[in-house]
Design a protein around this ligand. Structure first.
Ligand SMILES: CC(C)(COP(=O)(O)OP(=O)(O)OC[C@H]1O[C@@H](n2cnc3c(N)ncnc32)[C@H](O)[C@@H]1OP(=O)(O)O)[C@@H](O)C(=O)NCCC(=O)NCCS
Length: 161
């Protein structure tokens, strides 16, 4: 039997064991289960998981308030990286942000996180010199680079995903 396909779904509380595993293996300071539980209860949030069968292999999420969307989290299990899954997750967030009425997206990324910055640039995110939050990451004191994509919708045509 072949391995099950990977597909993206809205995150539910039943995904949180898998999500915590992805978090622990992706970040120096993972989010807590309570942080995800709280995010899932808000109406302005949207969280997704990628599942291979029943196994959570990636997640991502954002806040959408009127025209503004803000990516809060994205991570892929280490052994599933480099096969297009992070990009698929980001494209899904972009599409769903537009569907909710957003026309801008922003995010913060560690100054040293080349894989993530390259992914965001590939999808049209830009930054400017000085668009930095000094010492934003409390665990290392590292700066955050602010990136944005504005507009998300060009000439009335939705972002092609
Ligand atoms: C950032 C992350 C989500 C990317 O996920 P991924 O599934 O490995 O990425 P993809 O395979 O979809 O790659 C898409 C694009 O991202 C960029 N990219 C991905 N990995 C890269 C790497 N190691 N070095 C440079 N660019 C990379 C490339 O532009 C790539 O496109 P290409 O294949 O045409 O070159 C993943 O590395 C991750 O989970 N990192 C740990 C958590 C994290 O840092 N999250 C971001 C917080 S801001």
């Amino acid at each position: 039997m072949g391995s099950p396909e990977i597909a993206i779904f809205p995150m539910t509380p039943a995904d949180l064991d898998g999500v915590m595993e992805v978090e622990r293996r992706s970040f120096l300071t993972p989010w807590s289960r309570e942080a995800f539980q709280s995010e899932l209860m808000q109406t302005y949030t949207l969280y997704l998981v990628a599942r291979e069968g029943r196994k959570v292999v990636a997640h991502g999420g954002m806040h959408v308030v009127w025209e503004d969307s803000h990516v809060t989290n994205i991570a892929v299990l280490p052994e599933y990286r480099g096969r297009g899954l992070g990009e698929h997750m980001m494209r899904e967030l972009l599409l769903r942000a537009v569907q909710r009425g957003a026309n801008r997206m922003t995010l913060e990324v560690r100054a040293t996180n080349t894989p993530a910055q390259t992914l965001y640039r590939k999808l049209g995110f830009i930054t400017q010199p000085g668009a930095v939050r000094k010492g934003y990451y409390q665990d290392t004191g590292e700066d955050a680079i602010i990136m944005w994509k504005d507009p998300l919708v060009d000439n009335g045509a939705a972002e092609s995903c």
